[in-house]
Design a protein around this ligand. Sequence first.
Ligand SMILES: [Zn+2]
Length: 687
Amino acid sequence: MWERESRFTPFLPLFLLLFQIPLVEYSSWSKEDAILVPSIQLNYKVGELERQCTDGIADVEKQIRVFIDQDCKKLGSDEKVHKFDDLLWQFFDEQIQYLFMSMIHPDARIRTESETCERKLMAFANGLFSRQDLFKVLNVKSIQIQNYRLAAMMTSGFFESGLLKNQETADQISNLHQEMSVLEQDFEHRLKNDKTTLTFSTKELAGVPASVLSRLEKSKEGGYKVSLRAADVQDILTYADREETRKQLYIADQSKPGPENVKDLEDALLIRQKIASLLGYKNWAELQRRTEISTNPAQVRNFMNTLHTKLSEGLEQDLDMLESLKRKMDPNAGPLAPWDFAYFENKVLETRFKVDTDEFRSYFPAEQTTDRLLRLFGWLFGVTIEPAKELQVWDPTVRAMAFKDTKTGKTLGYVYLDLYQRKDKYNHAAAFQLRFGMNKNGARQLPLTAIVSNFTPPSNKALSALTLEEIVTLAHELGHIFHFILSAGSDSPSFSGIAVPTDFVEAPSQFFEYFIRRPEVLELLSGKVDQPSKKIPLKVAKAVIDHEHFFHPLHTARVVFRTMLDLEMHTRSGKVDTTQLARDLFQEYIGIPLPEGTLPQASFGHPMSGYDAKYSSYSLSRSFSADFFQPFERAGVLSADAQKKGTALRKDVFEAGFSDDPVTLCSRFLKRNPTTKAYFKEFNRVY
Ligand SMILES: [Zn+2]
């Protein structure tokens, strides 16, 4: 698919609250500082994680007390702000390792403790900016601020808490946030722990390749159990010849984890409306978006509708092609349904574009492809990436890598690659920031990051090999990692890449995706499992990319649907019937009915994990990434000139983090204002 939906971190709600800390530009570290190699705790006795988490919170509460009662009396205005910024990041830098354990730890008890820790942290963060005593000492009016962007952010946390109105409003809002975060966490918890499996006989799974069947659990009756993990669902929907099998699986997947999630979502929407109204905003979207690049929900709606208009001709052709293929294969078949998309798209790939997906995959063994990807992007940005023996890993399949500046040889940061599906692991793909680039105990801590994804694990029978979709996913997550690591030299994490507005946060990662859609890059990344020098024929690489491009409108329409669902949910007033809304929008933006019995909003995690009223980020960011890919495409993506442009992009956008607003950063690189032209052009039909 063209649109990655993987998030840059599932800890977003907490981040957002912490981002509202006051900001002032300052330089608190010397480039000569000693270097601290980052690490996270991996082994816990039962009870230890929760205790450390609670102790950490108690400790930071104490530090805030000392900050208010003693430090502030001695410090000037600017120093106060720096001190507070540092205090919070030091705290969060310690705590984030506990949150990460719910994603990867093999012991269910530790994962539960990790989730409990997250609840406690949310409660702490919710109360922080409603504190009158804190507000008094950080009173923004008395602080010298260097520019208006920072000035706006200074007041943000206290504004959102309601404290700028009065204490009563602040208390009310704090309680509402507390209620909302319980709903959000329950929603996520159910989604994460959904253990639904469907059992199918061998006959019902006709068409599914042996490589997929071999990793499924066998049922007692001699058939197979299919979980609702993303990789399983995707594979069965792509290959199962029997429509009823695809239909059952699709409906189960699109209604998981059940109506309780719909209720929590709808209750959260009501709470959000109350908070928005207490703060004087018409709706949640207006409140949420005020710090984004597109501040007004109407701007976003216009953008999405333009996008929809641009893609509609192609969408119609996509649907027609799939429908006519369905009819051709079975004249008595029912109308085209969403469970048909992946299956017939694959049939089009095989028949019209003459590509065998299993054959394609055999050119991309996971580990070698990952290494070649690292080399490619390393080359582009002047970074050398090599194994980091100094870091411990949590599973034998996890690799730790160090990023070094090619010119100076200096280590810039680290990434863990936890790429393969494993029991009880986080079910999607995402990039995580585990330690921040910051001063710690008199030394400079290097950033530590991780990619967690769910590729088919290597088995005795076969190496893991990647689909095009998986290669694109990996490139996408690497884009986030490069952004995190390269921007970590900023004075505070508040100025690094993770702090950029959501409207821009996906742009670096989507920029990396564009490279994969060049035949010469696919050729470079390829090498047969058993014969590494054997590269994919350019003709095949080109056909796969053409096929992707052909279905680009349909894939994008799905993103438009989800974006509009998110936006509409957060601009309406009163109780929102999200099921009816999903039905209406699906018909409007995808062009066919939403199947009965599905509840797509129940497993739509973004609006319940920090992307509320911000899902549009995936489309808005893409207009930036498409724009800054242009110069690379013109230069030839593997040319020496492209590498020069890579150096400029590293400096102007990646290293710059959030030192300036993203539009300014992009203009610096492009030498003009960014436009939506390049993105919209992708939907011109050439067929
Ligand atoms: Zn992403």
